[in-house]
Every structure is written in C-alpha cells, then in structure tokens.
Design a binder for this molecule. Structure first.
Ligand code: GLU
Length: 509
C-alpha cells in the first residue's frame, strides 16, 4: 500500500508560526536521493546535470541508462514510460494515454503533447451516456474504453526529439517483461483487490511479445495492423464501440501549454484538454486575492482560505470547462527527465482507474483504459461525451521557470486532486520557502464543492482534525498523490520523490 506507515508524524515538525496549530509533516525527504549527495561532489560540464525521476526504481534505472547512451530527455521519458507499462501496469501503459510537457533548450520553447484517449466517432453529440447504449457502463468495462493514444504518443515524441533508436527505448522494457521484477506492495494490494477490476490474465510474456511487435513495426501495428484488428474484433465481441477507423484516425496533437506568472516564477503546465494549468493559475491568483501569505500554512485560517480557493476553482471549472466525475484516487504515473543540453520532459500517463477498464486485450498484455469515465454524465456539459473528443483531464505535467531559467519539473497522479495538490506543493515551496521535499511530504487536503466533503490526508494533528470536523464534512484518505520532481539550481540538478510512493530519482554524473 502507498506508504501509509511513512505518513507517521515526523520528529521534525515544520516550524510553526506563533499561535498556529502545528501541522506535522509526513516523514520528509526519505527519498531525497543519496544521489543528491553524490552529485554535490561531482564536477559537471553540462548545461544542466542530466537526471531522471519516476514512480518506480526500475523505470528510473531504464531512463538513466538512456541518458548515459546520449539519449535526449524525450528518449529517456519514452523509455521510462514503456518501462512503467511493465512494472506499474495498474497505472499506465499501452492501452492508455497521457500528456508530455517538453522544453527544448536551444529553441527556448515549450511543447505540450496530447496523446489522451479519444471517444469513438460513433458517439454523437447531445446524447446522454445512457441514451447511447442504455445499459452501457461508461465508468468501467468495455463501453468505458477510449481510443488509446499511448503508442502513437511515444512514437511521435521519439521521432521528434530522438537521439537514440526506437529499439533502444523499448528494449529495456522487453527485458523487464521477460526477466521479471519485484512486485511492489501497492501492486500486490491491487492484485488482491476485486474493486480494482483486475484483468483476468496479466501475462508479461504476452506483453514482452507485444513490445517486440511495436519495436519492429512501430505504432502502425496497433493503429492499422494486426494488434488493431485484434482490438477492434475483441471490443466488438464485448459490445464495445471502437472501430478500425477510430484507430486509423487517432491523432497526437502538439498543443499550447498553459502558462502563467506567479511573482518571479513562470509556471508552464497542461492546457486543454486538461484543466491542470488553469486550475493552478486560478489557485495562485486566489492566494493573492485572499492574501494567503498573511496566514501561516499550519493555521485554521489558512485552510479556511485554501478551501474557499478550491471552491472558486471548481465553480469556474464546472462552468467553463465542464464537470467531471469525482475521481480522486491515485492511479496514474508521473515522470521527469533532463538531458545534458537542458531539454526537460515532464510526463503524466494514465489508464484512469487502477487497471483501467479491467479488460485486457487477450494474448497481448495490453490493459485497456476506462478514460471515457472522465466525460460528464450531463448532456449540457462542456465535457459531455462526443465522438472524437477527449475527456477533460486534471493531469498537469508542469515546469516552473525563474528569471527565464529552468527551476523545477514536477507532476503527480490523483485525478481531480492534481491541481490542488500541485498548488499546495508549489505554494509551500515558492511562497513559504519550505524545502521541496517537505512541501511534498506535508499532508494535503482536497475539496470538491460537489460533495462538499473535505478530503484530508492522514498526518494532521488531532487539534486541527477536530477543527476540520467541526466546520466541514470530512473524509480521511491514506494518501493524496505521488509527486515526482526535479529541481534545477544553476547547472546542478536535485531530485525529490514523494514519501507516499516508491519513486526514485537518478542523476548522471
Ligand atoms: N483520468 C484522470 C485524469 O485524466 C487521471 C486519473 C488519476 O490520476 O487518478 O485526470
């Protein structure tokens, strides 16, 4: 399970301001890598010290090896994404999608790549989810599967910014699928959890063969070739709606990132079809309006204003962007990479729910997403289900620049909690000057006006908890999110991973 035990109170609570109820941070910085120490003594000739971070040590190792071979940050990100499809098959993979935010140093330019899953063309606008297929369950199972974007996404990113070959970014994952790896406690828990919609057969030999096929035939095998044909006939058999023309017509888009300034910082994050960038922008602007800075971050007044800001954000989101089901459990993955030229990748991938739709394409190891669950059930919503459209996301791969120079790369899983979580991390770090590892570890809160429930992460002191209980409808969650981050100071890179997960950062010296 994601580090419940790691969230026990730390012997080093945050220094509290006078009169405040002290919030005891979760155990901080246990993953703040040893490598940080190693890197401290190294001499570098890089624009920025190359580094990777991901939610799984095996995937990070794969990314580091790619950097060692002279791969770009994009190569390392793609290789880690493929590796995560093997070692974290419940969070992301070939049957899913995601977003990449990429900074190209020599162009001083940001790219936002959208390879999110799309609704099948057959779905017409202005019909409710129920009217399309009266008994269809768009939350789980076959009707919830969106056209997967992962494979074309990875190929597109690799083709645009490659420094190493396509086989080089896939081979390590084939190796992992063949030789096996240690199953982490979270995967073990999910494997034993029926509500996680475990695919009936998760066969890594199948997955290895599929990866071999993609290595040889590229995305074509999935969108036009044998794998695609298999997918369409399997879904048809099951009563699904995706056709071969949906696959052929699937596109990866280079979109505009969402950018805003916060004091000396420029925050660059996910634009449409994600609400991530907008969300953080609104929250930072609210922080200024509500003069959050006047409150110590461990006081009840601080949390009162924070919840008010969350309320404002959702008011805007629901009207302007469309509502989404209240999905807040973490089952997505974030990774970052930086190469010797200073190119930076911040990438978030997902299947939506743990193991997506719970369906696996037989004999392929491809777990199919349930991303259509992210569409609104309302026919008048801006986020209503429509053929070819992509559902509104909250995923927010983010980069922060200071004085036009790279400062931070980060992201997290957590569905609707993502913008709120990243805002809390960034606010504590940028505005309160709390070290990033402690800002990440600090217990988080989430609020949705729809349920009017304040979701509290474990770790709040009793006194604070009673205050929340007196004033709000509350629910406690073991953990919210799993942040992975890189910090750039001059040419030095440091890594911060979340004590809630088992992420690892590695720095190339
Ligand atoms: N499907 C969600 C989204 O795009 C991500 C799922 C999660 O992070 O839990 O916002």
């Amino acid at each position: 399970m994601r580090g419940n035990s790691k969230l026990s109170p730390s012997p080093n609570p945050l220094p509290s301001r006078e009169g405040g109820i002290s919030v005891i941070p979760a155990k901080a910085g246990i993953h703040l890598c040893f490598l940080f120490l190693f890197s401290f003594f190294s001499s570098t000739t890089f624009a920025i010290q190359p580094a990777v971070v991901s939610a799984h040590p095996e995937a990070s190792q794969v990314g580091l090896e790619i950097l060692k071979k002279g791969g770009s940050a994009a190569d390392a990100a793609v290789a880690m994404a493929f590796a995560l499809s093997v070692v974290e098959p419940h969070h992301s993979g070939l049957g899913g999608g995601g977003f990449l935010l990429y900074y190209v140093a020599k162009e001083d330019r940001f790219y936002f790549i959208d390879y999110r899953e799309a609704a099948p063309q057959i779905l017409q606008p202005k019909v409710s989810k129920k009217a399309i297929k009266p008994n269809a369950d768009f939350e789980k199972g076959v009707a919830s599967v969106g056209v997967p974007g992962f494979i074309l996404g990875m190929e597109t990113i690799h083709k645009k910014w490659r420094k190493v070959s396509w086989p080089a970014v896939i081979d390590p994952s084939i190796e992992l699928a063949k030789k096996g790896f240690l199953t982490d406690s979270e995967m073990k828990r999910l494997l034993g959890d029926a509500s996680a919609s475990l695919p009936p057969k998760l066969d890594f030999t199948d997955l290895a063969r599929t990866l071999e096929n993609i290595k040889t035939g590229g995305s074509w095998v999935f969108y036009q070739g044998e794998l695609g044909t298999q997918l369409v006939s399997f879904l048809k058999e099951q009563g699904g709606l995706i056709t071969s023309s949906d696959l052929k017509n699937y596109k990866v888009y280079f979109r505009k990132p969402y950018t805003f300034d916060h004091g000396a910082y420029q925050v660059v994050s996910a634009g449409a079809p994600s609400s991530g960038g907008t969300g953080m922008d609104i929250l930072f602007k609210r922080a200024v309006i509500y003069e959050l800075k006047k409150q110590a971050p461990n006081t009840t007044r601080f949390f009162e204003l924070l919840i008010k800001s969350f309320h404002d954000y959702f008011d805007f989101r629901d009207i302007a962007l469309g509502d989404t089901p209240n999905n807040i459990i973490s089952h997505t993955t974030h990774l970052c990479a930086v190469d010797s030229e200073g190119n930076i990748a911040s990438m978030t991938n997902t299947l939506n729910s743990p193991f997506g739709s719970g369906l696996i394409l037989p004999h392929t190891g491809i777990i199919l997403n349930n991303e259509l669950a992210d569409f609104s059930a309302q026919t008048n919503s801006a986020n209503r289900l429509r053929g070819g459209f992509r559902p509104l996301s909250s995923m927010a791969p983010t980069l922060v620049f200071k004085d036009k120079k790279p400062f931070l790369a980060l992201g997290t899983p957590g569905g609707l909690t993502i913008p709120q979580n990243l805002f809390q991390v960034l606010y504590l770090f940028l505005d309160e000057h709390i070290p990033l590892n402690r800002s990440v570890a600090y217990p988080k809160i989430y609020f949705s006006p729809k349920t009017r429930e304040v979701v509290l992460e474990k770790g709040f002191p009793k006194k604070m908890l009673s205050w929340f209980k007196e004033n709000y409808e509350i629910r406690e969650e073991n953990t919210i999110g799993n942040v992975e981050a890189l910090v750039f100071r001059g040419d030095k890179t440091t890594v911060v991973t979340d004590p809630r997960g088992q992420g690892r950062g590695l720095i190339l010296n």
